[in-house]
Structure formats: structure tokens, C-alpha cells
Design a binder for this molecule. Sequence first.
Ligand SMILES: Cc1cc2nc3c(=O)[nH]c(=O)nc-3n(C[C@H](O)[C@H](O)[C@H](O)COP(=O)(O)OP(=O)(O)OC[C@H]3O[C@@H](n4cnc5c(N)ncnc54)[C@H](O)[C@@H]3O)c2cc1C
Length: 390
Amino acid sequence: MQYSEYGLSDDQKALCAGVRALCAKYPETYWQALDDKMEYPYEFVDALTQGGYLSALIPETYGGLGLKIKDACLILEEIHRSGGNAAACHAQMYIMGTMLRHGSEEQKRQYLPGIAKGELRLQAFGVTEPDAGSDTLSISTKAEKKGNRYVVNGRKVFISRVLQSDLMTLLCRTTPLEKVQKRTDGLSVLLVDLREARKNGLTVNPIKIMLNHHTNELIFENVEVPTENLIGEEGKGFRYILSGMNAERILVASETIGDGRYFVEKATTYANQRVVFDHPISKNQGIQFPIARAYCAVEAARLMRDKAAEMFDAGENPGEQANMAKLLGSESAWQAANVAMDTYGGYGVTSEYHIERKFREARLYQVAPVSNNMVLNFVGQNVLGMPRSY
Ligand SMILES: Cc1cc2nc3c(=O)[nH]c(=O)nc-3n(C[C@H](O)[C@H](O)[C@H](O)COP(=O)(O)OP(=O)(O)OC[C@H]3O[C@@H](n4cnc5c(N)ncnc54)[C@H](O)[C@@H]3O)c2cc1C
């Protein structure tokens, strides 16, 4: 099935073709085997890094491809459309934004070339805490300045890819909540060298969870981080994290759109081939219409993603469009996942046909990396001007 490549330049079509060719070497059976063993896709992530794709958003001066967010979106979309999953490494794309926008020139020179070459992995992003959840401003992991070090104590949960990363950006309190004027003040972003930290007070407890989300509980006990690893200014970290949210939502929307296209394509092909009552099941409107409806929903979400990405690349603030793209993308992918499940009948729940694995993966995007409720909060309050529930 050939999807329309509307709105893509020749360079973007070539970029998609390159990612598609790489993904063809990692077919659905590769992901299924990893799912069975709950292993991280090291080979795939290496190939993606060697192909330069993970450095898409690093400027050329620091050894990256220097592409735009729309290009990064196409990379992630193609991976998901092929039946693979970019969640094992996608964070590198949006985490780097914090360093790119707010890091010092020295930090960029020190870390970005190594990340672009794949010698350094910055895949982990530590925000969520057990007692704060969606209420990020209530986090209590604290970093106290002692001489030329911050001493970090606290607990984080659901922090993905810590065991597959050399570096992690960490959001923590440098001024206690009761001493700040605004709740958004007093939070800071530190770049933690995980190789050092794990020898020096950081305990990493893996959480048993679905494939591609190798996520962990972290316990910090007097972990020392050099003050030169502070990103930007002390106390302004929440603003830095917020400034990365649009990119995160646009990139995650792209993964959901790739999933949606995957399910529609799989369901269409299967429905045309499967013969019951002497005709292909695709002839039944009970099968055909839901697939057509899911197709419409996924392509509409794609248009919103394109709009958000284009605004981002033009330097405009796409907060509204980025949030809507994430909501519409994740909902349309879930719609398409259910349609594929129905189309495959009993075979949908067998692992051999890959639908049940992708079905689980598509469901997650309703909740993480940001819950759709929080996306609706953004639209309700910031776009429509209704009151906050919190
Ligand atoms: C696989 C996976 C990987 C993750 N990786 C990372 C990571 O790498 N780094 C990281 O920092 N975090 C990560 N997270 C955490 C993720 O961002 C959080 O799970 C998410 O932000 C929600 O927090 P919570 O699970 O504590 O839910 P809670 O905050 O307990 O919320 C539970 C439910 O209540 C809803 N809710 C709460 N308050 C409101 C309200 N005011 N209005 C409407 N609805 C509300 C929420 O939307 C949600 O549906 C990951 C999570 C998962 C599952």
C-alpha cells in the first residue's frame, strides 16, 4: 500500500526512503524476538546512530545532520510505520533540545560531537517522581550546592533507558518549595554522568514493563554532580523543560501517526487476502468502513502534526497545535489498532501476526510520555480559557 507523500520535498522523500531501507533490515520478526526476551534493540539503535538519524537535530557545527523538526518527525514516523518502535531511542532527539537551547557553548562542544558520533548516549530524562506524578512542580528530589558540587538526594520513577545511557538530564529542586515565590521557581536541570553516578550513590532498579520502555526506579543517595553540569541558570529549570514540551509532543505524535499507518496498512492487506464465506472479508462493510474511518483519522492527525512542525521550524509557538497533534495522533493510532485487531479476528491476539504487540505499544501513548488528560488540560485552559482543576 502506497501512502501519499503530500507536502514532502524531494529531500524529505529521500530521507524517508533511507529510513525505510534501514528499517527493512529490522523486520517485525526482529521486534517480536526482542519482545519475547524483553531485550533492548541495541543493533537497531546502533544502525540508526551510524546512519546519522539520531543526530538529526544536532547542528552541523557539532557533527549532527542539522535537520529540522519536520525531518525528525518523518524519521520517527517511518520507524513506527515499518512495525518497529523508536521509543527505545527517541528521547535523544528531544532531550538534546534542552542542551541546545539552554546549555553553554562549552557544554555543547564537550558533549554534542560525541553524541552525534554515537560515542556518548544521552537517552535518559529524569522528571517523574512517585509522590508527584503529573504534578511536576511538586517534585522533591533536591540538589544542594556544596562548593563546586551539587549533592543530590531523592527518588524518581519511570525513568527510561538509564541502563542504555551515559548521560541523563535531571530535573531537581535547588530551592525548597516553601522558600520560592512561584512554584515554577527553584527547579534546575543537571546533566548527570550516569557512569560516575552509578559508582557514587545512584541505585537503578529496573521496572518490569513492556518492550522498548526499559524504565527504572532511581534512588539518589548523596550523588555528587559538578556545578559545571548545571544547564542554564539555577532555579529556571522548569522553564527549560517546558520549552522542550512542544518538540516532545510533535515527535511523539509522529510515532503515533506511524503506528496508525502501520495498522491501517496491515488491516487493509489482511482484509483483502482473508477469504471467509467465499469472499475477501474486506468486501464486508463491517470490516471496510472502520478501516476507511481509521485511515481518515490518522491522515487528519498527520495534517495537524505537519502544521505544528512547520510552525516550530518557523520559530513560532505551536503549543496549541503540538498538543492537538499529540492527542489526535494517539487517539487515531488507538482507533486503528482496534480496527486491526477486529480485522484479524482470532489471529490478532496471536504474537505471530504482530498486531497484539503493536496494540500494546499504541495504547501506551494515551498515557506517556504525557497523559492525554494533561493535553486536554492545556487546550481547555490555555486555548479555551477555562479554569484549572489543579
Ligand atoms: C513506559 C513509560 C515510560 C516513561 N518514561 C519516563 C521517563 O523517561 N522520564 C520521566 O520523567 N517520566 C517517564 N514516564 C512517566 C510519565 O511521564 C508519567 O507516567 C505520566 O506523566 C503520568 O504520571 P503518573 O503515572 O504518576 O500518573 P498520575 O499523575 O498519578 O495520574 C494518573 C491519572 O490521573 C490523571 N490526572 C491527574 N491529575 C489530573 C488533572 N488535574 N486533570 C485530569 N487528569 C488528571 C492523569 O492524567 C492520569 O490519567 C514514563 C511512563 C511510562 C508508563
